[in-house]
Ligand binder design. Structure first.
Ligand code: COA
Length: 259
């Protein structure tokens, strides 16, 4: 797929996906969502890609939300379809078997915050600003924000952030557990690369299965402990497990194949 609103770069086997509509503060219109879905699918499918970073172009915004200009004349039916489409893509990010980090480099509002929350890890630059301002527009967050915000920061803080539509800075986002790290603006991508480089050295099957287990905690009808038992057993029959344990006993670095 040729992208109109994304830039992609493969750097050290990490796909850097940059949402590129800076004049609209990288707002997520339909086309951009389609392209994000395609880029994330390539993270699943391409064995050269070991992980991904999602960021925004320019120095003002990560993503300032869903594109409000596309909300005109929305009906109950079209609204539900739009929210479902966002859900499907953000579940794809959350369930990706390879690590995806949001590099939040400015306004991270509404659908932007929801996308960042669907990533496995969030790193923010000092100028990042977070919020779910949907109630200003007369809607609820529609791309998973009411659920993932609670998962990350707890019910009380989530309700306050969503109901007041307050916009908070990077340090406050870190304090409440919304982001993992805060860096200087220039250090943002290097910090994400450093984390991914570390994860890249580990057994890929174990990483994929870890993501699956942790997501299991939040899945309705899933017993996460049972899932962990199953995934542990699964890992025991992988080549990565044989290699990891052999490398430890032979006092050498493991050479994982992801099998
Ligand atoms: N959807 C569509 N366009 C958006 C947008 C969005 N979510 N956020 C920003 N833009 C556009 C603006 O309309 C403007 O376009 P224009 O130059 O063609 O008029 C451009 O991006 C720059 O935004 P602007 O509002 O002029 O920048 P600012 O620095 O004054 O304000 C914000 C920045 C983020 C505070 C403000 O843009 C804003 O409140 N955006 C909407 C945030 C929101 O409600 N998101 C949730 C959507 S569900």
């Amino acid at each position: 797929m040729t992208y109109t609103n994304l830039l992609t770069e493969l750097r050290s086997n990490i796909l850097i996906i940059t949402i590129n509509r800076p004049d609209k503060l990288n707002a997520l219109n339909r086309q951009t969502l389609n392209e994000i879905r395609d880029a994330v699918q390539s993270v699943y499918d391409n064995s050269e890609i070991k992980g991904a970073i999602i960021t925004g172009s320019g120095n003002k915004a990560f993503v300032a939300g869903a594109d409000i200009s596309e909300f005109k004349n929305a009906s109950r039916k079209s609204g539900e379809a739009l929210a479902q489409y966002g859900h499907d893509i953000f579940f794809m990010i959350e369930r990706c078997p390879k690590p995806i980090i949001a590099a939040v480099n400015g306004f991270c509002l509404g659908g932007g915050c929801e996308m960042a929350m669907s990533c496995h890890i969030r790193v923010a630059s000092e100028n990042a600003k977070f919020g779910q301002p949907e109630v200003n527009l007369g809607i609820v967050p529609g791309y998973g924000g009411t659920q993932r915000m609670v998962q990350l920061v707890g019910k009380a803080k989530a309700l306050e952030l969503i109901m007041t539509a307050d916009i908070i800075g990077a340090q406050d986002a870190w304090r409440i557990g919304l982001v993992n790290h805060v860096t200087g603006n220039e250090a943002l991508i290097p910090k994400c690369m450093e984390i991914l480089e570390k994860i890249k050295q580990k057994a890929p099957v174990a990483i994929a299965r870890t993501i699956n287990c942790v997501n299991g905690y939040f899945e309705e009808g899933t017993d996460g402990f049972k899932k962990e038992v199953e995934e542990f057993g699964y890992c025991c029959e992988t080549e990565d497990f044989a290699e990891g344990t052999a490398a430890f006993l032979e006092k050498r670095k493991a050479n994982f194949k992801g099998k």
